[in-house]
Design a protein around this ligand. Structure first.
Ligand SMILES: O=P(O)(O)OC[C@H]1O[C@H](OP(=O)(O)OP(=O)(O)O)[C@H](O)[C@@H]1O
Ligand SMILES: O=c1cc[nH]c(=O)[nH]1
Ligand SMILES: [Mg+2]
Length: 213
């Protein structure tokens, strides 16, 4: 697994406002969207492309186009939905699949409750989006899900990660070079109930305002 931690003052500034417990859902949603745009720039560095001829007003030259079939973006519901618009803005030709995972807050194990993805993902490039990588259980489940269906290039885009979660993903994925994690910031640790510290709380609740769904 490859790990890329974005290190940019604008990203740090926006994450700081996200962390603030007084930041309300409308601002939180806006900031998540802006952060995805900044992170997606790095996360799409290896997006598959082909050469494409283009006629300028002066001549013909060789340019670049997103390859076909296009990548598949998979938001991990609920919180990952907050990152979807930002990703599709940069990759408008991408297809979108959905994976609903909910962490059991007692056992900290992820449970799948929804799946709207093709069974056959042979050779496809997939972008998994979820703001929080805590124990890593949810992300590992999502990565295994798409790899088992044949995906060959998986990029995970997260906002905050705990070192424990990164280690867990690393252990499960091993040295596969076609799985990468791009994250805005790596936090200090997980607390005793599996929350990222300092973190930002429950990303789904903060995005959508509903607690305990
Ligand atoms: O790394 P983990 O320990 O698995 O935790 C991270 C997961 O927890 C959050 O989702 P949650 O289960 O709260 O669902 P939600 O998006 O519906 O709030 C988050 O969006 C991740 O999917
Ligand atoms: O800190 C955490 C951990 C899991 N899920 C969240 O939304 N936040
Ligand atoms: Mg949640």
């Amino acid at each position: 697994m490859r790990l890329h931690v974005a290190d940019h003052p604008l990203i740090r500034h926006k994450v700081t406002v996200l962390r603030d417990k007084n930041t309300k859902s409308p601002t939180f949603r806006l900031l998540v969207d802006e952060l995805v745009t900044l992170l997606a720039y790095e996360a799409t560095r290896d997006v598959r492309v082909v050469e494409r001829e283009v006629e300028t007003p002066l001549t013909t030259t060789t340019g670049t186009a997103i390859a076909d079939p296009p990548p598949i973006i998979v938001p991990i519901l609920r919180a990952g939905l907050g990152m979807l618009d930002g990703m599709t803005r940069l990759l408008p030709s991408a297809e979108v699949g959905f994976l609903g995972l909910k962490r059991d807050e007692e056992t900290l194990e992820a449970i799948t409750y929804a799946n709207r993805l093709p069974d056959d993902l042979t050779g496809r490039q997939v972008f998994l989006i979820d703001p929080m990588l805590a124990t890593g259980g949810s992300l590992v489940m999502a990565i295994e899900y798409v790899l088992e269906r044949g995906a060959t290039d998986v990029t995970c885009v997260c906002l905050l990660a705990a070192p424990e979660g990164i280690a867990h993903v690393q252990e499960k994925v091993g040295d596969r070079a076609d799985v990468s994690v791009v994250v805005a910031q790596v936090d200090e640790k997980l607390n005793e109930v599996g929350y990222i510290v300092p973190g930002l709380g429950d990303a789904g609740d903060r995005l959508y305002g509903i607690v305990d769904v």
